[in-house]
Design a protein around this ligand. Structure first.
Ligand SMILES: [Zn+2]
Length: 315
């Protein structure tokens, strides 16, 4: 680690061959996860002591109070019966493909017996793609474009139900002409002040926010934002009013169609938005290995999601 920046070949594998050499078994994977989970070294959550023995599979036992802590407890890897090296390979495939992988693709590559297993794994990984307490958009010199957009091909109800459009709230940074980071969230009440709650949750106070002329945005100025509102005379003008947001919206729609071969169930849409956001905000990463590192780092900070919590549907 150099100045807090993880380095290829030292902090994360550079290639798939590296991955296989670094992580031959569970012990190697657990060591790596422990380093990500406790970057400053292990400390007992019960008494705060830092001395430990390793006992059993991924158990760190406190020398002072004998409390056992599992390195995977509370993470998506908790109580998994699959070798961790297989999980690591899945994370590698998910992060090394620019557009991501489908459940079918993952099933083929890892030789899973069932499509359902691959599907559940992908969903667990998607849930790890959003970092808890992540940074807000905006700040000095950065404009944030804010609007709603409609995404087609989302099915309401069960398998085989007709597809519909879902409303997604988008916030996209513009730094001059350059597009920065994005955030996305499903709107349950399109065209209402719900988008103001979204703005407050993802955009730093004091930032300059650009919107179209819709009435609901008028309150942004009272919420601590510098609000620039432009009224479009024609629908076609909307694209030029919020160019960054329009670009991201069309890329997102294309990704949805390209990566996911079936309609998305409404209840799963938030996780696809998380995956897209994870990929988009790291699109300039020179090394795919760095995405591997980031996703594992976030995974050991995420809560577990047993398969029974996930409703299996078309995708
Ligand atoms: Zn202790």
């Amino acid at each position: 680690m150099k100045d807090g920046h993880p380095e290829a070949g030292i902090d994360y594998p550079r290639t798939y061959a590296d991955l296989l050499a670094w992580f031959p078994d569970d012990d190697a994977c657990l060591e790596y996860l422990a380093g990500l989970r406790w970057p400053a070294g292990f400390r007992c959550p019960a008494c705060g002591a830092d001395g430990f023995w390793k006992t059993g599979r991924g158990q760190w036992m406190c020398k002072a109070c004998a409390r056992r802590t599992s390195v995977t407890a509370g993470t998506i890897f908790h109580r998994t019966r699959t070798p961790l090296a297989t999980w690591f390979a899945a994370v590698w495939f998910v992060t090394s493909q620019k557009g991501g992988v489908s459940a079918l693709g993952l099933q083929r590559v890892l030789g899973f017996g069932s499509y359902e297993t691959a599907w559940a794994w992908l969903h667990k990984l998607r849930r790890a793609m959003v970092r808890p307490g992540r940074d807000l958009l905006g700040g000095p010199g950065v404009v944030v474009e804010l609007d709603e957009t409609f995404i087609g091909g989302v099915s309401r109800g069960g398998y085989g139900a007709s597809t519909d459009k879902a409303c997604v709230m988008l916030a996209v940074e513009k730094n001059g002409r350059k597009i920065g980071r994005m955030r996305a969230q499903v709107a349950t009440r399109p065209g209402t002040i719900e988008i103001l709650e979204f703005a407050q949750a993802v955009i730093a106070s004091g930032s300059e926010v650009h919107t179209d002329g819709a009435q609901m945005f008028r309150r942004l100025a009272d919420m601590g934002y510098i609000h620039r509102r432009t009224v479009a005379m024609r629908t076609a003008d909307k694209e030029t009013l919020l160019p960054g947001l329009h670009m991201v919206a069309s890329l997102l729609k294309r990704w949805m169609i390209g990566t996911l071969h079936y309609g998305i169930a409404t209840e799963h849409l938030p996780y696809y938005l998380d995956e897209y956001t994870f990929r988009f905000n790291r699109r300039d990463s020179r090394s795919r290995g760095l995405l591997f590192y980031r996703l594992l780092q976030q995974a050991v900070a995420s809560a577990p999601h047993p398969l029974k919590d996930l409703t299996l549907s078309a995708n």
